[in-house]
Design a protein around this ligand. Sequence first.
Ligand code: CP
Length: 313
Amino acid sequence: MKDVHNPAELISEGLSLKCNPLKYLHLGKNKSIGLVFFNSSLRTRLSTQKAALNLGLNVMLINIGADGWSIEFEDGAVMNNTSVEHIKDAAAMLGIYCDILAIRCFPGLQNRELDYEEKILQQFIKYSKVPVISMESATLHPLQSLADMITIAEFKKNKSPKIVLTWAPHIKPLPQAVANSFSEWTLHCGYNLTITHPEGYELNKQFTEGANIEYNQQKALENADFVYVKNWSSFQDYGKILPVNENWLLNNESLKNTNNAKIMHCLPVRRNVELTDELLDSETSLIHHQAENRIYATQIVLKKIIESISNEG
Ligand code: CP
């Protein structure tokens, strides 16, 4: 987000690419992108590959853990345990083989300071010496949020829609990354954002400054145009699932006082735990549009990176 000075322009360029995805098919000729996964993925993996192929990039993919040596991130470590190679060497090699790197690295959710330092992503940036994009890191999921902003731009009926980010129940502690990014991007785009969640689930203020925080979900949803549904674990009691008394599962009834709100979710979704089938399968659901727009969000970012490295060369 810090690199994006004019989000409206980026969103508009993303939408133009959607109309003509192969317009820049030759831009990435003879260049390679390396996709590095420390964690599972369906949408990010395939939409990033599709975006890269639409620009003519060669795509190389590695699943660290399954295919790669286990990596040491501590400076000065005596590597006499399970780690086989140091990030200094692994990232340097990837930077030699690839012109651009994309990294997926989730947080451990054990140590807040460590996760919020973004150590893995930062060390790839430091040691690879090539442009690095996040395919969801410990604290942020920017390409998801750009796709979400493109989706909102496509479906909004007025200039200033009311957007609500609502916490949803889940059986596992999940990162705050999607919620952090969605809040940051929505506010940066100048939208009216209300965040609703049970007490104890406050996000890091760094990403929510300017949002209206409302603990009553029904009140928050009044007159909403877009409702983004997402679970996250506690930031305060870091990585924990807290006891919640009220029912936060979103259903048709929850939306009765909205402005025929559109429903958004980044997927994967736990159906009938976070929100109901009736909502996910309804006309108001934008979930598949969001997933499709992951291609064009990534493609516009890759296009700009290729243009900048081509100019440097
Ligand atoms: N939304 C998203 O990032 O999906 P994946 O985890 O499947 O990549």
